[in-house]
Design a protein around this ligand. Sequence first.
Ligand code: GLP
Length: 241
Amino acid sequence: MEVIVTNNYEELSRKAAEIIDSQLKKEPASVLGLATGSTPLGTYKELVKSYEKGQTDYNGVSTLNLDEYVGLSPDHHQSYRCFMDKHFFDLINIRKENTYVPDGRAEDLAEESSRYEQIIDEIGPPDLQLLGIGENGHIGFNEPGTSFESGTHVVELTPSTRQANARFFDTMEEVPTYAVTMGIQSIHKSKRIILLASGKHKAEAIRQLIYGEEDEQFPASSLKGHPDLTLIVDQEAYALV
Ligand code: GLP
């Protein structure tokens, strides 16, 4: 595991974007695994900046997102499809048909999960997967207790994850209860994984990730078994290491 500690969130975002930009220069038809949440927002901003300066081209790039809420339509302002369009895809020259996000409105969610896993195998695996981390160690929406062997599946969100995401919704009742997420094994298919963490509220999770054993009660710990993992953390998130 490589660990890069930055002074602050801005530097973390620049560092992550630099790594992605150089991947795209090296392989213009790269497959990127992407994440939502507030942490990667700065990275997307930096990527858009270098795109606007003409330094990158997304015409041949494909993307696979980690997860989606069940029940939200793609144009719901809190759906992860909408998040990705607004903060990234609509601002670069990527072909929309090459951007994949699970369909949280599929009638048969088990079938949607297998379909998505098949897409990961056909389009991917990602050359590089960007990840955030939940305060309880979740990655994607893989909550504590998820099998390390899991493929894409439907999960019931824990009360703490719903609470953490409630700030984006008007009322707690509106926060979805279920999501479709790539599993731990699906995430492990990526050739390289970059995990970002910023702020004091992530410090305990980062301490546990670095010092803890691999344990299904702390999903991010599975990443310790991945051959190419880079953590980019700011000083606040690194404070307990
Ligand atoms: C959500 C997402 C995760 C993300 C996590 C942390 O639960 N499904 O992919 O890593 O939140 O989000 P944030 O970056 O806002 O702290």
